[in-house]
Design a protein around this ligand. Structure first.
Ligand SMILES: *[C@@H]1O[C@H](CO)[C@@H](O)[C@H](O)[C@H]1NC(C)=O
Ligand SMILES: *[C@@H]1O[C@H](CO)[C@@H](O)[C@H](O)[C@H]1NC(C)=O
Ligand SMILES: *[C@@H]1O[C@H](CO)[C@@H](O)[C@H](O)[C@H]1NC(C)=O
Ligand SMILES: *[C@@H]1O[C@H](CO)[C@@H](O)[C@H](O)[C@H]1NC(C)=O
Ligand SMILES: *[C@@H]1O[C@H](CO)[C@@H](O)[C@H](O)[C@H]1NC(C)=O
Ligand SMILES: *[C@@H]1O[C@H](CO)[C@@H](O)[C@H](O)[C@H]1NC(C)=O
Ligand SMILES: *[C@@H]1O[C@H](CO)[C@@H](O)[C@H](O)[C@H]1NC(C)=O
Length: 543
């Protein structure tokens, strides 16, 4: 180990000695992240007239679009600040002369025609197949600029792409946009980011910044791992004691209106919010308010005062859960709910004589069977409330009888290919996170994102039909070692790697080219107020 470290140190020192002046990786100008499915690019360009620029929609009073136009108007104007700063000090006419003679200059772009073919929806669709819906087309040609889609969600993705094609000319004298033609859609319908708000509380404002960044990367699912062993920040209307006792403090809670605010904020950006209330393990904080919900642990024949997972043998547990989940399903409009089911420790169940008796009575041969008994009850309960469960892989591995529409979330890093094989071989929908754990940091002189970029969800040993059952995946930000002060730079642009893998065609894997685009994309996020860390080692941002 010591030897290995020394070797590594030598490599690092050598890298330092042999370094060249200037940035490690040259940024692109006006390239899109994640890369579109199809893009034709030309050398002719417009100079973007940020002052006069406006979106020209063919629909009126579509709130989600109207709000998006304001956001993107602002982004284009902010980008123009660099030009303004330049132009203020000198004569603008002088600058104009530099492009007016350029044969590639085709005119001034004063707007974007936006055409919505379908109707103005209010919430991202509850259908499994969102794929069609995020499709959009952009045409920037000699006559003008067009964006069209069948859905508002497609328009939102297209606006993001359009805003990314605006770039600052090398001489910083103009904002430009090249002629281009794009037909684009997501490769996977579920492109998520898990944020754990239990290990450390993440304030609403920071979650909103994360949602902004998700939209800049075309991620469309916020998996809110909202409570866990350590704290219960979710304020329940039905059981307010859960957060009164279970939150770290009353400054570290999500009120009813906070939660609604997050859902609406995400909705405006085409992002679904799927909450996770993980049981029967990971529930220690629930026991601060409701100790009777959890299993009493024993040492020998005596209760030792410790509490384990939810007590699966007591009918009152299910009564409680039914009321809690009824509320959760009403609060979160998405059709899916994440029920967890991972990492259940069996020692406490094992020590408890009442549980032993119950298992004998119900012919449950082992603790996996007991866990399955619990999960089966929970799944049936939630399904009866018209919600569709997502569960961590343990639930599947333990042989719980899950319905065909239940999604299995594959997470265990070192064996995800095999688990994906098993899950899809059984005909279940699958989500992948195993290769996108953002809490695993190993960075030597760069931003530690290529390992995420290299992960290919369909790169397992299954048939084509099995691969079709992969709905997408999620980058996971477990919060043991992040809080509001470092979560943004820990996640971005590392999650951007997963975002491109989940959006772009499978053959987009030219790493040298991706490095250059990510260099630009990271600066773009920085400009928009996302404190993303540098992706590629030494470098700088032009604006
Ligand atoms: C835009 O056009 C310029 C020439 O005017 C060319 O150098 C550049 O590569 C083009 N960029 C994109 C993103 O198409
Ligand atoms: C530019 O694109 C629009 C929209 O697709 C189309 O109607 C128009 O004919 C195109 N103009 C040229 C010169 O290709
Ligand atoms: C919008 O479309 C109209 C009609 O097709 C066209 O005349 C106009 O130039 C377009 N506007 C922009 C900003 O491209
Ligand atoms: C079951 O839970 C209820 C309250 O939640 C408690 O009063 C009761 O004693 C428990 N029963 C057993 C057998 O532990
Ligand atoms: C699983 O559930 C299905 C449908 O509810 C049922 O037909 C089947 O018998 C169950 N299998 C087991 C092993 O419980
Ligand atoms: C996949 O299924 C096989 C057969 O049931 C089992 O032996 C193996 O352990 C499973 N692999 C994983 C990673 O769960
Ligand atoms: C794929 O499956 C085949 C047959 O089941 C097996 O021989 C092969 O080793 C597997 N390959 C990988 C990479 O798991």
């Amino acid at each position: 180990m010591v030897l290995l470290r020394c070797a590594l140190l030598i490599v690092l020192i050598r890298a330092a000695l042999s370094s060249k002046p200037g940035p490690q990786v040259l940024s692109t100008d006006g390239e899109v992240w994640p890369k579109p499915q199809k893009q034709e690019k030309f050398d002719q360009y417009y100079v973007v007239d940020a002052q006069l620029f406006e979106f020209q929609p063919d629909v009126r009073n579509c709130q989600i679009l109207d709000k998006a136009f304001l956001r993107y108007q602002r982004i284009i104007q902010d980008d123009n600040q660099a030009v303004e700063n330049h132009a203020n000090s000198l004569n603008r006419v002088h600058y104009e002369a530099t492009w007016i003679r350029d044969p590639f200059f085709v005119g001034y772009l004063k707007g974007l025609n936006v055409s919505l073919k379908g109707h103005c929806e209010l919430y991202p669709s509850k259908e499994v197949d969102l794929l069609q819906k995020e499709r959009y087309r952009i045409e920037i040609n000699q006559t003008g600029a067009w964006l069209e889609s069948n859905t508002v969600w497609g328009i939102l993705r297209g606006l993001e792409t359009f805003s990314q094609m605006v770039y600052l000319a090398q001489d910083e004298e103009s904002l430009r946009m090249n002629l281009t033609s794009i037909t684009d859609e997501a490769r996977f319908s579920h492109r998520g980011l898990l944020i754990d708000t239990s290990r450390h509380f993440i304030p609403v404002k920071v979650l909103c910044t994360m949602l902004d960044a998700m939209a800049y990367n075309k991620l469309n699912v916020f998996h809110w791992h909202i409570v866990d062993d350590q704290s219960f920040p979710y304020v329940s209307k039905r059981f307010p004691k859960l957060s009164e006792k279970g939150a770290y403090s009353q400054n570290h809670i999500y009120s009813v209106s906070d939660v609604q605010y997050i859902i609406d904020y995400a909705r405006d950006r085409g992002i679904r919010v799927i909450p996770e209330f993980d049981t029967p393990g990971h529930t220690r904080s629930w026991g601060l308010a409701y100790p009777e919900l959890l299993t009493q642990c024993y040492t020998g024949t005596k209760k030792n005062g410790l509490l384990g997972p939810i007590d699966p043998t007591n009918q009152s547990s299910y009564t409680f859960l039914k009321e809690l989940f009824k509320e959760i399903i009403e609060v979160f409009p998405d059709r899916y709910i994440h029920l967890g089911g991972d990492e259940v420790p069996f020692e406490c169940w094992q020590s408890n004589p009442t549980i032993q008796e119950f298992m004998k009575e119900h012919k449950l041969v082992d603790y996996k069977a007991l866990e399955s008994y619990y999960v089966q009850h929970l799944l049936d309960m939630v399904t009866a409330m018209n919600s569709t469960p997502i569960v961590w892989e343990e639930v599947f591995n333990n042989g719980v009888n899950i319905s065909k529409d239940t999604i299995v979330h594959v997470w265990y890093p070192s064996r995800w290919e095999k688990t994906l094989y098993n899950v899809t071989d059984a005909g279940q929908w699958a989500l992948l996170s195993g290769c996108w754990y953002l809490d695993i940091v190993n960075s030597y002189g760069d931003g530690d994102w290529l390992k995420y970029y290299r992960c290919e969800p369909t790169n397992f040993n299954g048939t084509h039909q099995q691969a079709e059952l992969i709905l997408g995946g999620e980058a996971c930000m477990w919060a043991e070692a992040v809080n509001q002060y470092n979560i943004i730079q820990r996640v971005w642009p590392r999650a951007s790697a997963a975002a491109e893998r989940l959006w772009s065609p499978a053959d987009v894997r030219d790493e040298a080219e991706a490095k250059r685009r990510l260099e630009e994309h990271t600066c773009r996020m920085n400009r928009r107020g996302i404190h993303a860390q540098p992706p590629n080692g030494p470098g700088f941002c032009r604006h």
